[in-house]
Design a protein around this ligand. Structure first.
Ligand code: SAH
Length: 468
């Protein structure tokens, strides 16, 4: 069939922005996405309208599941669909790649393989553990903890550093095998659960102590075990980041993503269509977008409605800060106004300074944002049409024991509220940083002092701001 093919893509080790560009482009072509359970559902939400998405766990239990995957891929490709088989990490590392290729060849289906970053490499590195180091690690080996029939792997290769996948559930047996293979009981060892994903947890110990510590910390799959001299965590400050997207914050320290809130898109079809129609007809003088999530969802709606950037031609674009501006920029849209102060306060100040404060505003804002911006703008004489494409709620996994950290970071008032409800004052035992004044104020209300550290300004500017 013309153009129909199967892409076997490595999705990377956890975060949705660790897929390759080639993988992302292929994902954009998909009519059907068949993804493994470990793949982040974040970027699946961003796929084109009408794409069929199936998690392979829906296709039965092992071993029939694998056959069902083959069948589904071939059936869809023969029907002329572009199929993406999306696998965690790299497709060639413990990923049934060989079976799937053979099945596609038997079915005479065209296919393309797109490499990904394996969790074996990416998960340790994100914890600042490079797998080679001059003098202490000249080689590394990646090994599975289990054989195909579920037994502990007894064939452990010799290397300076060993990375073990699928080892969380048989750790004691694995450690025993390592000792038998000659590994010193005092060898540094780390285990990282859900690496580069929300609620990642890390345990470090000597080889002989790791099982016990991992067990008492309830470490479960998916986890990567690293054994060898280099298996030590760095002393860089650990920041427990409670916001939705840690990407702009990673340079501030070691980020442990502990999202306090989760986004829930709202089904708001009628309102969206009417807002887009009015925008296309030049009925809004201003479009104000108050968060990255709002920007992403709004742009997706523009696309879904078969519209493009020209829809903004008659309006001025105002965003709440540099993060939201960057989402627009990725879509080749430049915000006309990016206020210096964080959030609604900055936007209001901007409008207060405007000569011409009149006009009709499309305000794209989360459903649980306070009404202050809307009422403030109305008082200035503007007509406000509010459009909410999402709401946020406390993350369902919030409340599990907090990992060790040096700094606690908040990027929104709703994050502060959710975190406070889950942990109370006992959650606030470390210095607190936050993104700006509005979040700082929310912390003040519960009696917590915080320092404003913006990821968008230089270290020097942050230091000066904290002196004021
Ligand atoms: N093809 C995948 C590996 C599949 S086997 C890759 O290249 O990464 C599945 C195993 O990978 C899990 O049992 C676990 O050991 C490891 N794994 C995958 N994602 C992980 C993550 N985010 N954190 C820790 N371990 C992970």
């Amino acid at each position: 069939m013309d153009g129909a093919r199967v892409y076997i893509i490595g999705a990377g080790p956890g975060a949705p922005d660790l897929i390759t560009l080639r993988g992302l482009r292929a994902l954009g072509q998909a009519d059907l996405i068949l993804h493994d359970r470990l793949v982040s559902t974040e970027f699946l939400r961003q796929t084109r309208n009408g794409v069929e998405i199936i998690c392979t766990t829906e296709l039965g239990q092992c071993p029939t599941r694998q056959n069902n995957i083959h069948h589904k891929m071939i059936e869809a490709a023969l029907a002329g669909k572009t199929v993406v088989r999306l696998k965690g990490g790299d497709p060639g590392v413990f990923g049934h790649l060989q079976e799937e290729i053979e099945a596609l060849q038997m079915g005479d289906i065209d296919y393309e393989i797109v490499p990904g970053i394996s969790s074996a490499l990416g998960v340790p590195l994100a914890a600042e553990i490079g797998l080679t180091a001059r003098g202490s690690s000249r080689s590394f080996a990646v090994v599975t903890a289990r054989t195909a029939d579920g037994k502990t792997n007894t064939n452990l290769p010799k290397a300076d550093t060993l990375i073990v996948l699928m080892g969380a559930s048989n750790l004691p047996e694995l450690v025993e095998q390592l000792s038998l293979a000659g590994w010193d009981s005092q060898t540094p060892t780390v285990i990282i659960e859900r690496g580069i994903q929300p609620f990642e947890r890390r345990v470090s110990a000597t080889l002989c102590e790791i099982s016990e510590l991992a067990q008492s910390a309830h470490i479960r799959a998916p986890a990567v075990l690293v054994v060898g001299k280099i298996a030590k965590f760095s002393s860089r400050q650990r920041i427990l980041f409670t916001g939705i997207d840690p990407a702009p914050f990673r340079h501030l320290g070691q980020i442990i993503h502990w999202p306090a809130i989760a986004v829930q898109p709202l089904d708001n079809t009628g309102n969206i269509s009417s807002a887009l129609r009015r925008l296309a007809h030049g009925q809004f003088g201003w479009v104000i977008i108050t968060s990255k999530v709002s920007a992403e969802l709004f742009l997706r709606e523009v696309d879904k409605h078969n519209l493009d950037a020209r829809i903004f031609a008659g309006a001025k674009l105002v965003v709440s800060g540099p993060g939201t501006a960057s989402v627009l920029q990725e879509n080749n849209l430049r915000a006309d106004i990016v206020p210096e102060a964080e959030g609604s306060e900055g936007i209001l100040q901007t409008f207060c300074q405007q000569q011409d404060g009149s006009g009709t505003v499309l305000l794209v804002q989360g459903a649980n944002a306070p009404g202050t911006l809307s009422s403030g703008l109305s008082e200035l004489g503007l007509t406000i049409n509010r459009l909410s494409l999402h709401t946020v709620h406390a993350h369902p996994d919030l409340g599990s024991p907090l990992p060790e950290h040096d700094i606690l970071y908040f990027s929104s008032p709703s994050g502060v509220k959710a975190f406070w409800n889950a942990y109370g004052i006992t959650g606030f035992q470390r210095p607190i940083w936050c993104i700006g004044e509005v979040t700082c104020e929310q912390l003040r209300r519960i009696g917590i002092a915080a320092k404003v550290v913006s990821p968008y300004v230089s270290k020097k500017a942050n230091a000066q701001a904290s002196l004021l």
